[in-house]
Design a protein around this ligand. Structure first.
Ligand SMILES: CC(C)(COP(=O)(O)OP(=O)(O)OC[C@H]1O[C@@H](n2cnc3c(N)ncnc32)[C@H](O)[C@@H]1OP(=O)(O)O)[C@@H](O)C(=O)NCCC(=O)NCCS
Length: 185
C-alpha cells in the first residue's frame, strides 16, 4: 500500500485540459425511436466511448467503466441534429477517475448550439489482469474545474454507498455537507 502511494505521488499530475476528448456525431435514422428522437442508450454508449478516451489520456492505461453516477436527459435530440460530446477528467483518486461529459446539440439549419445533457462516469485503470492500478493526480486550473474537483469526492462516496461498498457512517465528505446545511438552516 505504501509503494502504491509513493508511485502515485511521483507520477506527473495532469491538467483536465490534457485529458479532454471531443467527438461529433450526426443523429441518423438508426439512432432514433419512432418519435424521431435519439435513443437514450445510444447516447450513453457515445458518452461511454468518449469518456474512455479521456480516462485513457489521463492514465495511459486500459480503464473500465466502474459506474455511471449521473445522467440527465434534459431535452430530446432530434434526427439530423449534430451532437458534440466533450469529456474531461474532473478528479483522479488512487486508481479511479471521474469523467464529466458535456453534450451539446447543434441545429443543422440555424447552426445554433445548446447544452443538452451531462453525465458523470467513473473509470478504473487496470493492469493486464484487470487489477486496479494507480493513476496520476489531476490539477484543476479553471474555476469550473476547481468546483468539479471539489465535488467529486462527495459523488464518489455517494456512488460507493449506493454500490454497497461504503457505509454511510464512513462517508465523511457527505456527512460534512449535511452538517453544514443543517447549521445554515
Ligand atoms: C471496477 C473494478 C475494476 C473495481 O474493482 P474492485 O475490486 O471493486 O476494486 P476496488 O474496491 O479496489 O476499487 C478500485 C477503485 O474503484 C472505485 N470504485 C469501485 N466501485 C465503484 C463505484 N461503484 N463507484 C465509484 N467508484 C468505484 C474504488 O473507490 C477504488 O477507487 P480508488 O482506487 O481511486 O480509491 C471491478 O469492479 C470491475 O472490473 N468491474 C467491471 C468493469 C466493467 O467490466 N465495466 C464495463 C461494464 S460492461
Amino acid at each position: 500500500m505504501k509503494a502504491f502511494f509513493l508511485t502515485n505521488n511521483i507520477m506527473k499530475a495532469k491538467t483536465p485540459k490534457e485529458t479532454e476528448a471531443i467527438s461529433t456525431k450526426i443523429v441518423l435514422p438508426n439512432d432514433t425511436n419512432p418519435l424521431g428522437n435519439l435513443f437514450g442508450g445510444r447516447l450513453l454508449a457515445w458518452m461511454d466511448e468518449i469518456a474512455y478516451v479521456s480516462a485513457n489520456r489521463h492514465s495511459r492505461r486500459v480503464a473500465v467503466t466502474a459506474s455511471i453516477n449521473n445522467v440527465s436527459f434534459n431535452k430530446p435530440i432530434k434526427l439530423g441534429e449534430t451532437v458534440t460530446l466533450k469529456a474531461k477528467v474532473s478528479r483522479a483518486f488512487s486508481s479511479s477517475m471521474e469523467v464529466i461529459i458535456d453534450v451539446f446539440v447543434e441545429n443543422s439549419v440555424t447552426g445554433e448550439q445548446s447544452s443538452s445533457n451531462q453525465a458523470i462516469y467513473t473509470f478504473v485503470a487496470v493492469d493486464q489482469n484487470g487489477t486496479p492500478i494507480h493513476v496520476p493526480m489531476l490539477s484543476p486550473e479553471t474555476e469550473l474545474e476547481e468546483q468539479r474537483y471539489a465535488a467529486a469526492l462527495r459523488r464518489k462516496q455517494l456512488s460507493l454507498i449506493l454500490a454497497g461498498k461504503l457505509k454511510p457512517s464512513e462517508a465523511t465528505e457527505l456527512k460534512a455537507l449535511f452538517d453544514e446545511k443543517e447549521t445554515n438552516s
